[in-house]
Design a protein around this ligand. Structure first.
Ligand code: PGA
Length: 314
């Protein structure tokens, strides 16, 4: 019969070795792990003698991991990943009493994402939520670097293997100050946008990307008046009469006048987009994330309020 030999290393030692190899320094590993340098050194020495193999060698005033240390580093990552899966399976056994849901949303989602999460946490009160709200490029970076499992956005990147689940509409409306002359028109031709002052979100914003794509597709060249780093800043600047802007309908109050802005009846607006829930196809999802997807499927989020005016194609 196959007898299992207990490993000659502890999880603590492996965790320390992982940090030392990744950071290439005892000092930096000690800082990251909140341990003293002698503790880190002695754990590495214990590992070396248990395995009877040198794991670090001196270079100059520092150290360099040996080839054996790199092999052990990769093995440690496999072991940790397997352990995480075990913990998830254990959570499944207990009916997801505990867990962590890591989700990122582009900035406009901050106007509604809390409501969805609320319904989910009502069902799974033991699950902690880590919600990151960033612009599109930052959310894409999180997906790329495994810094989030799920993301809500409208323009996922083409170069990542992603599943995407369409959610509700995301109409992008054109807004102005309340006293803008176009607010009194029944309909304004799209070409009137040429030469109009337009406020844009910062580079990296999905709203900006969608707006620029739309203007390009229709050969429109408004004057770029200013770049602002948030939806709220855009709303205030538009309300103050600095220019027009394209914004998700979700970023406005049910009655946009409460934000001091009006939705303009310009032909071709709103630009019809959709919110998507996306996740990596090449990663195993945590149970908390799987349950969230099922939850959203079973309870699709409400649609945006119907934009006042400007709904025609043109
Ligand atoms: P953002 O969000 O403009 O905050 O990046 C829009 C999106 O990418 O969906």
């Amino acid at each position: 019969m196959n007898k299992i030999r207990p490993p000659r290393a502890t999880f603590h030692q492996l965790r320390t070795l992982e940090a030392v190899v990744r950071l290439g320094s005892i000092t930096r590993a000690a800082q990251e792990l909140h341990l003293t340098q002698p503790t880190v050194s002695s754990q590495i020495h214990e590992l070396q003698s248990a395995l009877d193999t040198p794991l670090v060698e001196p270079v100059g005033r520092g150290i360099r991991p040996t080839e054996a240390a790199r092999l052990l580093h990769d093995a440690a990552l496999d072991i940790f990943a397997r352990w995480t899966r075990f913990e998830e399976d254990l959570a499944a056994l207990h009916g997801l009493e505990r867990g962590l849901l890591r989700i990122a949303g582009v900035t406009t989602t901050e106007y509604f994402i809390a409501q969805w999460l609320r319904r989910y946490t009502d069902r799974h009160p033991g699950v902690d939520i880590e919600l990151a709200v960033d612009n599109r490029d930052a959310v894409v970076r999180r997906l790329r670097e495994d810094d989030t499992e799920l993301a809500v956005m409208m323009m996922p990147p083409d170069d990542l293997p992603l599943h995407s689940m369409p959610l509700m509409r995301n109409p992008l409306v054109l807004i102005s100050a309340l006293d803008h002359p176009w607010t009194r028109a029944r309909r304004v031709p799209r070409r009137w946008l040429d030469g109009q002052p337009l406020l844009l979100r910062e580079p990296g914003s999905g709203t900006r990307l969608a707006t620029e794509a739309y203007l390009r597709a229709h050969g429109l060249t408004p004057t770029r008046r200013a770049t602002l780093g948030s939806n709220e800043a855009i709303k205030h600047a538009v309300a103050a009469g600095l220019g027009l802007a394209v914004l998700s309908r979700h970023a406005l109050a049910d009655d946009p006048a409460r934000d001091g802005v009006a939705v303009l009846p310009v032909a071709g607006f709103p630009i019809e987009r959709r919110w998507l829930l996306v996740w990596r196809r090449d990663r195993r999802l945590s149970l908390a994330a799987q349950r969230f997807i099922e939850h959203v499927q079973a309870h699709p989020p409400d649609e945006a309020p119907t934009p006042a005016g400007g709904t025609g194609a043109g």
